[in-house]
Ligand binder design. Structure first.
Ligand SMILES: *Cc1c(COP(=O)(O)O)cnc(C)c1O
Length: 397
């Protein structure tokens, strides 16, 4: 997945433009910037590539989620439905706004189970946030139907699946809002950065203002701009945007490399009886950033994962007991360990997380291995890795 593997002259030249002008900020300083508007240009490129009307760049993927929620008017006491398998940014962005993260089960897509979503809806529910983990997507058709039926906002976290599609449309563009991360380990990177995309003009305008202290960005005198509402600073710098501009031009090349490497690994594992693959919803195309597969039991999966490690097969993950991505290790959320008192709406509204169990999620996650697909591998290297993985799995089964 990581675009940093192929960092080179294209990125360097883009950054040099910014360094040469010395304007490291995305707004203002029109006369000094030698015509370089890297953030603005990256927003245009991203909106075009993702087939949406608008894109707003921000400082991280977590910021993108926060700004997206804020732009849609989400705040104190509003409930946002998220999956039990995700990245901590999902609940961080929600809590930052005083809203309530309501975790529900995943299914064999490794993303939100639509029936679990439907069961979790209350009068306070405002948003359904599918997270397209590890290169593939949630059942967006089913989720969209639920959102329409209950008048909810669909916010796609496509941070780990940029370039994947559903029904021929780019992931992130199908919901009311979609978010991407360009942090250092994502398919394309800015070093640090993120973006939201939308076709909704009001959400876009809100995001544009909110991510820059509420500035309305009217006219050319920054000091004279008015503040229609409260905001915050989630701006990206021109230096970061410049790196992203070079990387987005390479996205389709990166996806092609991922697909080639993924296919070699998958073809080697496919014939093994006992190996099954993560379900991709009908109409979906992965971005091939991970190969995700199931083994028949928790024990076999754990042993296989350990054997991979011992044989030097790196970058394969057993998320079931991973710190970052699965609810079982989120004690800080489960017990609300916060530096400061937590808003009353949140404390009163949170589900009983210390007692919460997600059995259906456990069923899938305890048997899942996810292997990161690297861009830097050559074909021989992947073929050898595939052969070794297949032989280890056969031994453990
Ligand atoms: C990386 C990631 C984020 C957050 O991105 P940052 O840019 O690191 O803040 C959010 N959601 C998912 C699924 C991610 O993988």
């Amino acid at each position: 997945m990581p675009g940093f593997e192929l960092f080179g002259d294209k990125e360097r030249n883009q950054v040099k433009d910014v360094l040469d002008s010395g304007v490291l900020m995305r707004y203002g300083f029109d006369g000094m910037r030698n015509g370089h508007w890297k953030a603005l240009q990256l927003e245009k490129e991203l909106a075009k590539r993702m087939q949406t009307k608008y894109a707003q760049l921000v400082s991280s993927g977590t910021a993108a989620l926060t700004v997206a929620l804020a732009s849609a008017g989400i705040g104190a006491g509003d409930e946002v439905i998220i999956p039990s398998f995700t990245f901590v940014a999902s609940f961080e962005s929600i809590l930052a706004l005083g809203a309530i993260p309501v975790m529900v089960d995943i299914d064999d897509t490794l993303t939100l189970d639509p029936s679990a979503v439907e069961k979790a809806i209350t009068p306070n529910t405002k948003v359904v946030m599918p997270v397209h983990m590890c290169g593939s997507m949630a059942d967006l058709g089913a989720l969209k139907a639920i959102c329409v039926r209950h008048k909810l906002i669909l916010l796609e976290d496509a941070c780990q699946a940029i370039g994947g599609t559903y029904d021929g449309k780019p992931l992130g563009s199908i919901g009311d809002l979609g978010c991407f991360s360009f942090d250092y380990v994502k398919t394309i990177t800015c070093g640090e950065g993120g973006a939201l995309i939308t076709n909704n003009e009001m959400y876009y305008k809100n995001a544009d203002h909110y991510s820059d202290h509420g500035h309305d960005h009217e006219g050319t005198d920054r000091g004279a701009e008015s503040h229609p509402f409260l905001g915050y600073n989630y701006r990206i710098s021109e230096l970061h945007a410049a790196v992203g501009l070079a990387q987005i031009a390479r996205l389709d090349d990166f996806l092609a490399i991922q697909k080639r490497n993924y296919t070699i690994l998958r073809n080697a594992l496919e014939p093994i009886e006992g190996v099954t693959f993560r379900r991709v919803p009908e109409g979906g195309v992965e971005n091939y950033s991970f190969l995700n597969f199931y083994l028949p039991s928790e024990t076999i999966t754990q042993n296989t994962h350990s054997a991979f490690g011992a044989a030097g097969i790196d970058a394969c993950f057993y998320w079931y007991n991973n710190n970052w991505h699965y609810y079982k290790k989120w004690d800080h959320l489960r017990t609300m360990k916060s530096l400061a008192p937590v808003a009353r709406e949140v404390l009163d509204g949170l589900p009983d997380y210390p007692e919460a169990h997600f059995k259906k999620s456990d069923h899938w996650m305890s048997r899942t291995i996810s292997c990161l697909i690297k861009l830097g591998w050559d074909e021989d290297e992947v073929a050898k890795r595939a052969e070794l993985m297949a032989s280890i799995i056969k031994k453990e089964l």
